[in-house]
Design a protein around this ligand. Sequence first.
Ligand code: MSP
Length: 738
Amino acid sequence: MSDTAKKFYLTTPIYYVNARPHIGHAYTTITADVIARRQRLLLGKENVWFLTGTDEHGQKVQRSAEAAGITPQQFTDEVSAQFRGLWQRMGITYDDYIRTTEPRHTRGVQKLFADLYERGHIYLDTYTGQYSVGEEMFVDGPPGTIGPDGKPTETVTEENFYFRLSAFQSQIIDLIESGEFCVEPEARRNEVLSFLRGDLNSGAETKLSAKGNPYVSGALKDLSISRSSFDWGIPVPEPAASTTQKKHVIYVWLDALANYMTAVGYGSDKPEDIAQLQKFWPADLHLVGKEIIRFHCVYWPAFLLAAGVPLPKKVQAHGWLLFEESKMSKSRGNIVRTETILDAFGSLKPKPIDAPGPELNDDVWKREQDLFASDVLRYFLLREIPFGQDGSFSFDALVQRYNSDLANGYGNLVSRTLSMIEKNLEGTHPALRLPETTTLSEAAQKLEASATTLVASIADDFSATRLTRVLTNVAAFITEVDGFFSLSAPWKLAKSEDFTAREDLRAVLATTAEAIRIITALLYPILPYSTAKVWEQLGLGDIEAAAKNGTLSNLTWGGLEPGTKLGPLGPIFPRADKGLIQIMTDTEQNGTTPKPEETAVATEQPTAAVEAAPAPAPATEEVTETTPTIAIDDFVKIDLRVARILIAERIPKADKLLRLEVDLGYEKRQILSGIAQWYAPEDLIGRRIIIVANLAPRKMRGLESHGMLLAASHGEDGKPILATFAEGDEIELGSRLK
Ligand code: MSP
């Protein structure tokens, strides 16, 4: 359909809305963002399309919505907005965000289904089998089999529409073997091929494909592609629909996979959508986690072959982010929220007290903090986890890696070089020449050679998504530049009146600054915020402009114009105190306050202290150095009031939550609090407590909560102890605490 050399279309999986976003999702999205930014440097912004979105249908979502007491559409609206909000907070540069509940998607999926039906690839049949609700798939085995999600399957008998998957077995094997449909890395390719082939040593009949690849005939079974046991999905369209009594919705994976096409116009007859599809389909890269490789490398190509649509060029699967030794996932309850990291690292960049001008208002500053913190996470994930492999996440490692590579490595090199240029050369870049002193001259030449090799090798590493290698190579180069700087000792040269020393000082600083320019350009797709700051400090202006005009992609040694004035200098990567580790750990374990927009999340897993101890600082007595101080103006924003508990009761199916009705004197309120594990409802009635009265209302289990109780968090398990008043204290309900 299109000239693939001139465009790049890249996708992430569309994320399920039944779990709140965590750093596992962020890992895929960050990787995709880096690839998209790099491709934009090479091909121009208009030729790159980066798609992400949410997968909103299926029984799992329907059940989660029921549990929360809201409609599936309300539920998906809320969670989809959370994903989107997080990506915006992190500065993710997606070009489009698709939701499978959008009309454009529904229309495209129905067209795909109708085409497959018309072409004879779909038939109606009855099947009884074991269904994994968690993974939305039938699995082999007896009743009660443990499904891929670790939960027992359910026996489901259904009349379903079936897709003739078996007919595509040998064709897909050939496409993968020939590399026309590329599956990476190697281990995943082998996994898919062996699934497609069947067990060649099983004694079953083996055939040869058109290209001579052996396979066990019949090893690939037809696939059920509709469900009639629930209705939260896209209805099977006519004419297929009329061939059965029941209402069928389209299998959620057929629905979901089609997003990659519906988002770029498939199913639409508007000229601009047709043009968009022409330009961008087939996709150049589907980036996925390794657990969904079969859907992308077997089902998806089969649907497309059957519909007569070109296949995507490549599917690349990364490994899992592990936390406490196992895959981070909602069902295991071992997730780390990205917001925790953004908040903690954002606090390393406190707003300057004497911030000039109205342009630096709180929102603008918050944006800076978020983008800075997002860079830190981007760096860590891509540096620590070689693409394709599993990798462990820990707050400890995050802080250590930040300090060693960014604060002490890159940041330190930038600050010591630029401050010497500022102090000794009137803030103006000197001309790039070799130093007079032989040892320094040789070292400078070596540096230039390393830079040239680095630029060349990084191009390959980026295009093969070897991002860890990009970063280890850049880090090694930074160490080399640091070595050159120390060897040259420019601070000594600066003290000398000797002519050669003065000349060498200029040459050394010019060499180091040029190295920083190269490093910064190379790191731009990975650290978009911080490299923009360094670029400004170098005096090179707006890095986005440099990205557009080709400066960042045509990197040759010596590109820094002599005479360029430095921009204003300032710290780029302030050192992180170890206290930050504790802050993040506490926030995850017990100190999290779900924000209003996280409503649906809070309905999923409220913990006692989530509701009871919302302090952003550690919930221990120890106040670490990194606890941000606040002005009195900040404190007065919190409306703390005395209230009496009138009613306290448990909430069905929510073993951590209590529903309270409190009297504020001037009004009565409903508050939900996660203290059910620690307080019996009857012991609470009549108590006078302190509430945060102006907290934005939020919904949990379908109920509104208007405010929050104050409690101290005690001991290792963070047991909440309600803040209260002594027996004889005379105090009116509704009194304000200040
Ligand atoms: N909705 C399907 C995908 C449909 S695509 C047509 C789905 N959604 S998901 O929410 O479960 O997200 C799966 C993706 O999120 C993974 O493939 C991976 O990209 C990312 N990750 C979720 N948890 C992860 C880790 N613990 N580690 C790494 N990536 C993780 O499957």
